[in-house]
Design a protein around this ligand. Structure first.
Ligand code: NAD
Length: 392
């Protein structure tokens, strides 16, 4: 009988694991099941655009059934509750249990709230298509209220955290805001768009030249930066900063960081700050029948520091895992994970962007960087055979 392979997660790493494993193992050799909490593959690198309505939902939310068509992969739409590595079992939210011979954990990461009082209850996060749509609808309701009553809080939006997520989302909002205001008879100058960052500057670790570009570009479109001021508490619409000052805002989008997935962190495999420790073949160091890919795993670079959890890494890890499942199942030689890091591309809205490309970290600014980001999205869709999404 074929091996039972269970893949948890239908994001970049999980989808690529499933697509790749089927290139090497026939249905007679392996039964493959992919579990995802919703029926779509969500391209979360484009959620900032969806938040602002600058991309169609269909282009970032692709039916998994279509992407896996003809690949003999069982699709199970369910939320994973727990993994029991010693029993080789996965428990789902409906109480059902899946047994496996080889497991892939590709559950991604979660937003970290760092125990800041009131933050989770009073903020929006941007980790799914539903989150993006919820934020947009909320902003529309607040702008409608602002147009009706002129209450300053309704016209104030705060993005907490000036990492790549925060910068990309505020860039899109800044671009879209004038049109949203005009259609409601609001003067765009009356809307306040803040990015609050704990560190002395946004985009920590980026070359200063790109940080300067991002700040200048976003400020010219009305974004106000507050740096060196962590958010310490949120009380309803009151956002309290470390120096005691308060910003009253009807909308708080929290992008202050990510942490390991709780199922991975608590299942008993070896973890480092909630992310699985893996060997060069992306197997859990404590449980070799479990592969871990994407944000759920921590992978060390040549400099001994962990790679940042990014989509390009998740995608490549998924492909390595897909091949190594075949190798493990058929007792062939596994391939070590050797990522190709093409660089970092960040959009600053529809017409501007910043990028550090290639091993030499060539710096790009402006429309070229933005166009490269768009091209990488299309390249990814082509890779997963998802170009049908653009035909809608
Ligand atoms: P991040 O951890 O990279 O950035 C979070 C930011 O929030 C940091 O600058 C941090 O100083 C700040 N912060 C933390 N606590 C705060 C507080 N109390 N008040 C105010 N600010 C606070 O998180 P992210 O931006 O969500 O990115 C997560 C990962 O995803 C990263 O590895 C990133 O590289 C990746 N990512 C990549 C892209 C891209 O390649 N275009 C886009 C988005 C995210």
């Amino acid at each position: 009988m074929g091996k039972k392979i269970v893949i948890l997660g239908g994001g970049f790493a999980g989808l690529l694991s499933a697509q790749t494993v089927r290139k090497h193992l026939s249905p007679a050799q392996a039964e493959v099941t992919l579990v995802n909490r919703w029926p779509t593959h969500q391209i979360i690198t484009e959620l900032h655009r969806l938040t602002a309505g600058n991309i169609k939902e269909e282009a970032v939310s692709l039916p998994l059934a279509k992407l896996l068509k003809g690949k003999s992969v069982n699709l199970k739409i369910a939320t994973v509750e727990a993994v029991h590595p010693d029993a080789r079992q996965v428990r789902l939210h409906d109480g059902s249990v899946l047994n496996y011979d080889i497991l892939v954990m590709a559950l991604g990461s979660e937003t970290a709230f760092f125990g800041i009082p009131g933050l989770k209850e009073n903020s929006f996060v941007l980790k799914s298509v539903e989150d993006a749509l919820r934020i947009r609808n909320h902003i529309f309701a607040r702008l409608d209220a602002f147009a009706a009553r002129g209450n300053a809080a309704d016209g104030t939006i705060v993005v907490g955290g000036g990492g790549l997520t925060g910068v990309e989302v505020i860039g899109e909002l800044a671009d879209q805001m004038p049109a949203w205001c005009r259609s409601r008879g609001i003067d765009p100058a009356d809307i306040r768009l803040y990015c609050v960052e704990a560190a002395p500057s946004i985009l920590q670790g980026f070359p200063q030249e790109l940080i300067d570009r991002a700040v200048t570009s976003l400020e010219s479109r009305g974004v106000r930066f507050v740096t060196g001021q962590p958010i310490t508490e949120v009380k309803g619409t009151e956002i309290v900063l470390k120096d005691g000052s308060v910003i009253t805002a009807g909308t708080l989008i929290w992008s202050g960081g990510v942490q390991g997935h709780p199922v991975v962190a608590s299942c008993g495999i070896e973890v480092n700050r909630g992310r699985a420790v893996v060997n060069e073949y992306l197997q859990s160091v404590s449980h070799p029948d479990i592969f871990v890919a994407g944000d759920s795993a921590v992978v060390m670079g040549e400099d001994g520091r962990p790679y940042p959890p990014t989509a390009q890494l998740a995608w490549q890890m998924g492909e390595t895992v897909g091949y190594n499942i075949f190798a493990l199942a058929e007792q062939a030689k596994m391939k070590p994970f050797k990522p190709v890091i093409s660089g970092t591309l960040a959009s600053l809205g529809r017409k501007d962007g910043i990028a550090a490309i290639g091993a030499r970290r060539t710096l790009l600014k402006g429309f070229t960087a933005q166009a490269m980001k768009e091209a990488s999205h299309i390249r990814y869709l082509a890779h997963i055979k998802g170009l049908f999404a653009l035909a809608h």
